[in-house]
Design a protein around this ligand. Structure first.
Ligand code: SF4
Length: 739
């Protein structure tokens, strides 16, 4: 917006729903801009949660950083300096450390909230300016298990392979480990529509959440046992003749092995593992077998485990056996968490990826991207370590000695956070770009104040795979720069004078070329199309002229070239008016994936036989409870933003531990009394919140404050490298006195 004179259609700064909203002049309402509904934007149709309504409070916040800060080596204090001084310090530090320890001794840590343009530029900066393999991002701790499973089963990872609105017309929707109504409240309307249409909502969650309270069926398994539950359900689907054999034969591979495998998951055994009764398991299997269409959605509750990838694969097996993926109003999907959790993992800030969801160890992918970047393929580094592995090795012989952090608050969000704090302190140089003094920025040697959502333009890719455009609505405060400007300034100081544009649209157009022909092909998407069409779903190939690639026969490119040739012929023959647009050269985007084939080499989805192993750390006499973590409605992620919004902080002012009344009786606790929660990694004293809605063997702590992740386990999924945030062994102790 031109500084509060007209309304700007843009998107919320927080979660993956990326709700559309209007920012308009605040007038007498105070502040510079105020939020108004944007009912035409389809994903949320004008609905917002309280985080969206209050988002402008961040824009002129009194804690806003407006000057670069450098830590004074003598006093240890952060001191305001000029941008030149700060960037010179970073460049000198990086150069010196790389000279001493090699290129890979400098790492970059990104975030799932960065725009596509920033994520792309960050990946390019790491590989071209720093020439380091050490780059990963906090999205590794979000959807990586579902992403790995999606790649294996379908050959492609896009959180939802269909628009969210498809939920309304399914027969049964199963949410596994998702509290959608609290984490993304406007999405609840799709669940309400499902029920209004006669559909059934099943929620699988150890807690009776706001979402579970709306369900027709709520199942409360032991944390870390969702895989066994899925195998048990599939056992009964197979035994009861519920398998869609025609679909399985035509569109999948590997079913027979999985059918044999789940024969070992009979209901009584699954009941012993999961705590879900055999009749309840049978009821679930019957409902799924009889439904016309089924959508199974997993989220962090199922995925943030050391066996998260296998857990997702177990649920994908159920969906495939029922013949659902690739059919209307049916299939499997993952509910992405962070605002750009989807796009953030597609364009190069992940340790093993290049833009367009290409693999960095793929020779052809390296050649394509290197050409766009104007470098030799051999100059591209190889794959680096995953997020936690990189942090775990900081300051050690083989690890990074400098870390540049963009859009992430590691101190709060990393598992086993005390250990990660120690590793951060072992760095020679910590640089943090943020717009407030997050807990991580407060430990930095250099803090770079950057722009935030409504002060900048850029694209995001929401949980549906819909690429949307956040538009600048206000002028940033004096003294801050965009992340793109920061990267350009650093690249120039590191001797790479060109190739780092600061205009987001220019960066996006380069991203389009870099993604062209890749799995996440954005080459047919531009800012104007996004505006006209309320977002565009990827893959969306561009015209052949944009991709600059030879067209393969049978592809959309070949069809587009053919259409262009016919058009040219007709123009030449005089049968068309010169102004007639070329038909068929605008790819429509892909709202629904897998309708004809899956993205595997043979076009078939793959079953995977997977086994229950349970949480890496099981309750024991010293730590008798399962600890699980999650979100509350009024806060978002590490809380660096939402804890600074007064209205949100007032309704969710701090962490607590939710525990069962039976446990409270054992400890002699009353509601609100302080409790010490301890695990093998740390302790936390928080007020008790007594609730009959949680399993008796399980306690819950929200993770938006320093605390929950002092406790969590850093056991990693062997494939996705997802830490086990959602289950570890904990003890409780009543603490006399105030929290
Ligand atoms: S936080 Fe998520 S659900 Fe709430 S308004 Fe923002 S995008 Fe929508």
């Amino acid at each position: 917006m031109d500084d509060a004179t007209t309304a700007t259609e843009t998107h919320c700064p927080y979660c993956s729903l990326q709700c559309g909203l209007r920012l308009e002049p605040a007038g007498r309402r105070g502040g510079e801009v105020a939020v108004a509904p944007w009912p035409e934007f389809p994903t949320n149709a004008g609905g917002l949660c309280r985080k969206g309504w209050t988002a402008p409070a961040l824009l002129r916040h009194r804690e806003r950083l407006t000057s670069p800060l450098v830590r004074d080596r003598a006093t240890g204090e952060l001191t305001a300096v000029s941008w030149d001084e700060a960037l010179d310090r970073v460049a000198a530090g990086v150069t010196e450390i790389q000279e001493r320890h090699g290129r890979d001794s400098v790492g970059v840590f990104g975030g799932g909230g960065l725009t596509n343009e920033k994520a792309y530029a960050l990946g390019k900066f790491a590989r071209v300016a720093l020439r380091t393999s050490a780059i990963d991002y906090n999205g590794r701790w979000c959807m990586s298990s579902a992403a790995t499973a999606g790649q294996r089963a379908f050959g492609l990872d896009r959180g939802l392979p269909f628009p969210l609105a498809d939920l309304a017309d399914a027969g049964v929707v199963v949410l596994v480990g998702s509290n959608l109504c609290e984490t993304a409240p406007p999405a609840a309307r799709h669940l309400d529509a499902l029920k209004a249409n006669g559909g059934t909502l099943v929620v699988i969650d150890p807690r009776m959440t706001a979402t579970a309270a709306r369900a027709d069926v709520h199942v409360q398994p032991v944390p870390g046992t969702d895989l066994a539950l899925a195998n048990g359900i599939l056992h009964l689907i197979v035994a009861g003749g519920g398998v869609d054999q025609d679909y399985v034969d035509a569109r999948t591979s590997g079913f027979d092995q999985v059918a044999q495998h789940v024969a070992g998951y009979w209901p009584e055994r699954v009941e012993r593992i999961t705590g879900v009764s055999a009749p309840q398991i049978a009821d679930l299997a019957r409902r799924l077998s009889e439904a016309e269409s089924v959508i199974i959605l997993t989220a962090r509750g199922a995925e943030q485990h050391a066996s998260g990838t296998d857990t997702v694969l177990a649920w994908v097996n159920v969906a495939l056996a029922l013949g659902q993926p690739g059919r209307p109003h049916a299939g499997y999907g993952c509910i992405t968490g962070q605002g750009n959790g989807q796009g953030g993992r597609e364009h190069g800030q992940k340790a093993d990826q290049l833009p367009g969801y290409r693999r960095i160890d793929d020779r052809a992918a390296r050649a394509h991207v290197a050409k766009v970047w104007g470098i030799e393929p051999d100059d591209l580094p190889g794959p680096g370590r995953s997020a936690y592995e990189m942090l775990d090795a900081m300051g050690t012989g083989g690890g990074v000695h400098a870390l540049l952090v963009f859009g992430s608050n590691i101190v709060v969000s990393a598992p086993n956070a005390t250990h990660i704090g120690e590793r951060l302190d072992a760095l020679d140089l910590l640089v943090v770009a943020d717009f407030v003094m997050s807990e991580t920025a407060a430990r930095a040697d250099v803090v770079l104040p950057v722009t935030q959502w409504a002060e900048e333009t850029g694209t995001m890719t929401n949980l549906e795979g819909r690429v949307i455009l956040r538009r600048q609505a206000v002028t940033p405060p004096a003294g801050v720069r965009s992340d793109l400007e920061v990267l350009a300034g650093l690249a120039q100081r590191l001797g790479v004078a060109t190739g780092f544009a600061t205009d987001p649209e220019v960066v996006f157009n380069e991203l389009r070329r870099a993604s062209a022909g890749g799995p996440a092909d954005y080459s047919g998407i531009d800012y104007d199309r996004i505006t006209r069409e309320f977002g565009v779903f990827w893959p969306c190939p561009g015209r052949p002229a944009i991709t600059d690639e030879p067209a393969q026969s049978g592809t959309w490119h070949a069809e587009a070239l053919h259409a262009e040739a016919l058009h040219a012929e007709a123009l030449h023959a005089g049968t068309l008016h010169a102004e007639t647009p070329v038909p068929g050269t605008l790819h429509p985007g892909t709202p629904r994936l897998f309708l004809d084939r899956f993205a595997t080499p043979d076009g078939r989805a793959r079953f995977h036989a997977v086994d229950h192993v349970g949480a890496a750390e099981q309750p024991c006499p010293d730590y008798p409870f399962y600890l699980t973590t999650g979100r509350v409605l009024a806060q978002y992620q590490s809380g660096a933003q939402t804890r600074r919004v007064r209205e949100l902080d007032a309704s969710a002012p701090g962490p607590f531990v939710e525990l069962h009344p039976g446990v409270a009786d054992l400890l002699g606790l009353v509601d609100g009394e302080p409790v010490r929660v301890a695990t093998r990694r740390g302790t936390l004293v928080v007020p008790a919140r007594i609730s009959a809605q949680i399993r008796r063997d399980t306690v819950f702590v929200p993770f938006h404050w320093v605390g929950a992740n002092l406790l969590t386990n850093d056991a990693l999924d062997p494939s996705s490298k997802m830490p086990e945030f959602k289950a570890c062994a904990a003890s409780l102790e009543r603490v006399r006195g105030a929290v």
